[in-house]
Design a protein around this ligand. Structure first.
Ligand code: COA
Ligand code: AMP
Length: 638
């Protein structure tokens, strides 16, 4: 007998009224080797922990369990790579076989439960196998996005101290080959902590040179006898995923095994309305939280079919590629970032390419990573003819905090510009600077009342203090998200952007503080500000305003080129840092704080009143003129 979906309001209220009872019921949807002793508890730091005492294995839930349930012959993973011209399907049985053997190979390299393993690979099945194999052994993986340069990888190596690094020989950015191995070798050279081994997945279009004794071929590991699942504690870490904070040191978001599995299993049904056997096409990268949760773990734990796409939304070969993939595999759900839709809209403004495909099975398009602007929302809704659902989350949460939950009944429909309503488990509040809830329509800081539900970060990797300082200390009893926004009179939330130095460039989360640290180290630069200005395609893009040291005679074009190369080499091409302007001075408050928000408003052409605390209002006129001369910023682009 089919059970009717629960009404949204009742589910949300129940999850807040008695979180432990609500999540204990959800925990019964997954298989435990030993049931949890306590659903919700606190640890020695006073941080909340879910499902203490429970034992499970995330790889077992994602693979072995489905064979036990008779799903071995169902397709688990579809790999579609227009950039290499490859398509492949893996059943649950095939994916388990590969994963168990690869886990055996890792075990032979000495990988033990709790050891860290870094994975530096693009969207290829071998990367998914590597993630699951780590989970199988109780090892902690940390996937590093392929677009990051060697110094970023080195930072992560030193923080995670992996025993093994698994990398691809390279990736393809359209027809441009990105050789990963030289980046990996350079990162290992830079890092203090050295891995015992690196495992290299050779791709046909770029052959990596191997370091004898250290480097092992990926295929060699598959020759090992299969390894069994190692039961781990619910509170043991499954992975670390680094994300940008406000400084140069990335934050290692920890995800535990138990809470993660329960939350993802719940979300597949409640948020995305997916049942075992359904297909989801998440066009993201496994290097991001979206890729972890909704390419890999969520769909597999839930017995769905997941599509792993290696390519771009456009030029692979055209702007119809997402629709082709969704139609070919009968996806019920597409999930991507608004920036990808803007890229498609730019190339196919009338949405003609949608009509070339039969999207009869598509039920919704989900968007996240940045706010979906109303124009993109309207275009996608009209082009696809299905609900477009903007939903809000962060690497820290690992699953949506605000959404229109299509798996629950009586859910208010999506509204342009809004990320919807609080997902069960999240008590989302808008607070003023003093931590008091504000009235409807008033913009404030977006916070979540503790405890956060299962799946959210319990802490930062080996840095409880930074976790406390960065998220919990501002308002006792709340998790501070770093976003600003408001709630309208009907209860819809609108997330309007970061209130800190984090920016979102084409769905990639980056730190302007980190870029400032790098620019400031240039010998000609006395001081600088990096701003995230509005970009019609990428949402935001960083620009630098630099003040030269006295006596420095460098020209703007020369300096700009050097600074652009610096950011590319130190952070990576994904930063899309393309403009650095020399200015005489930076506007500051009388206490010396650079007025970054005012500068951003100036570049974006927003109306603003110069803050009364500004030390010298004339500086703004000078900077306006510089932006106009260079044609930088929405207000001045020609
Ligand atoms: N490895 C190496 N380099 C990468 C890379 C990767 N994985 N991803 C991007 N880059 C490079 C690009 O080649 C480009 O280099 P270039 O400056 O030499 O041309 C640079 O980084 C900027 O990349 P991007 O911002 O992706 O620009 P683009 O023009 O290639 O594509 C979009 C624009 C909008 C199509 C693309 O950014 C996109 O699909 N974004 C969606 C992101 C997403 O899904 N995020 C997940 C959150 S849900
Ligand atoms: P990341 O940790 O990379 O997923 O980035 C998280 C940040 O992206 C959030 O703090 C927001 O600033 C932004 N973000 C993600 N989804 C949305 C959304 N639906 N609406 C507005 N901002 C979003």
């Amino acid at each position: 007998m089919e059970t009717l979906p629960a009404p949204y309001a009742a589910a949300h209220a129940a999850s807040l009224a008695d979180a432990a009872t609500f999540w204990a019921a959800q925990a019964r949807q997954i298989h435990w080797f030993r049931l949890p002793e306590e659903t919700l508890s606190t640890d020695e730091n006073g941080f909340y922990r879910w499902f203490r005492g429970g034992r499970l294995n995330t790889c077992f839930l994602a693979l072995d369990y489905h064979l036990e349930q008779g799903r071995g012959a169902q397709t688990a993973l579809i790999y579609d790579s227009p950039v290499t011209g490859t398509k492949a399907r893996y059943t649950y049985a095939e994916l388990l076989d590969l994963t168990a053997r690869f886990a055996g190979g890792l075990h032979d390299l000495g990988v033990l439960p709790g050891d860290r393993v870094i994975i530096y690979m693009p969207n290829v099945p071998e990367a998914v196998v590597a993630m699951l194999a780590c989970a199988r052994l109780g090892a902690v993986h940390s996937v590093v996005f392929g677009g990051f340069a060697a110094p970023e990888l080195a930072l992560r190596i030193d923080d995670a101290q992996p025993r093994v690094i698994i990398a691809a020989s390279g990736g393809l950015e359209l027809d441009k080959v990105i050789a990963y191995k030289p980046l990996l070798d350079a990162a290992i050279e830079l890092a203090v902590s050295k891995p015992a081994h690196t495992v290299i997945c050779q791709r046909p279009f770029v052959q990596a040179a191997m370091v004898p004794g250290r480097d092992v071929d990926y295929r060699e590991l598959l020759k090992a006898p299969p390894a069994d699942c190692v039961p781990v504690e619910a509170t043991d870490p499954l992975y670390i995923l680094y994300t940008s904070g406000t400084t140069g040191k990335p934050k290692g978001v920890v995800r535990d095994n138990g809470g993660h599995a329960v939350a993802l299993r719940y979300s597949l049904g409640a948020v995305y309305g997916l049942q075992p056997g359904d297909t989801i096409f998440t066009a993201s990268d496994i290097g991001w939280a979206v890729g972890h949760s909704y390419i890999v773990y969520g769909p597999l734990i839930s017995g769905c079919t997941t599509v792993l796409f290696e390519g771009k939304p456009v030029r692979t070969p055209d702007a119809g590629t997402f629709w082709r993939v969704a139609a070919e595999y009968g996806a019920q759900v597409i999930f991507t970032a608004p920036t990808a839709i803007r890229a498609i809209k730019k190339e196919d403004p009338a949405g003609r390419l949608v009509k070339d495909y039969n999207l009869g099975r598509l039920r919704q398009l989900f968007l996240a990573g940045e706010r979906c602007d109303p124009a993109t929302y309207t275009w996608a809704t009209e082009a696809l003819g299905v609900p477009v659902i903007d939903h809000w989350w962060q690497t820290e949460s690992g699953w949506p905090m605000l959404a229109t939950l299509v798996g629950l009944a009586q859910m208010p429909p999506p509204r342009a510009g809004s990320a919807g309503h609080a997902v069960p488990g999240y008590d989302v509040q808008i607070l003023d600077e003093a931590g008091r809830p504000v009235a409807a329509g008033i913009t404030g800081l977006v916070a979540v009342k503790l405890p956060l539900p299962p799946g959210c970060l319990p802490t930062l990797w080996q840095d409880d203090e930074r976790f406390r300082r960065g998220y919990l200390d501002a308002f006792p009893g709340y998790y501070l998200s770093g976003d600003g926004g408001y709630r309208d009179a009907d209860g819809y939330f609108f997330i309007m952007g970061r209130v800190d130095d984090v920016i979102n460039v084409a769905g990639h989360r980056l730190s302007t503080g980190e870029m400032e640290e790098l620019l400031a180290a240039h010998p000609a630069v006395a001081e600088c500000a990096v701003l995230g200005i509005a970009c019609p395609l990428r949402g935001q893009r960083p620009i630098g305003l630099v003040v030269l040291k006295n006596g420095s005679a460098v020209g703007e074009a020369e300096l700009e080129q050097e600074l652009v190369s610096l950011i590319r080499a130190q952070i990576g091409a994904v930063a899309s840092f393309r403009n650095a302007l020399i200015v005489k001075r930076l506007p500051k408050t009388r206490s010396g704080k650079i007025l970054r928000k005012t500068l951003r408003q100036l570049a974006d052409g927003e109306e603003f009143a110069p803050p009364s605390t500004i030390d010298d209002p004339l500086i703004l006129d000078e900077i306006r003129e510089r932006l106009a001369v260079r044609g930088v910023g929405l207000a001045f682009e020609k």
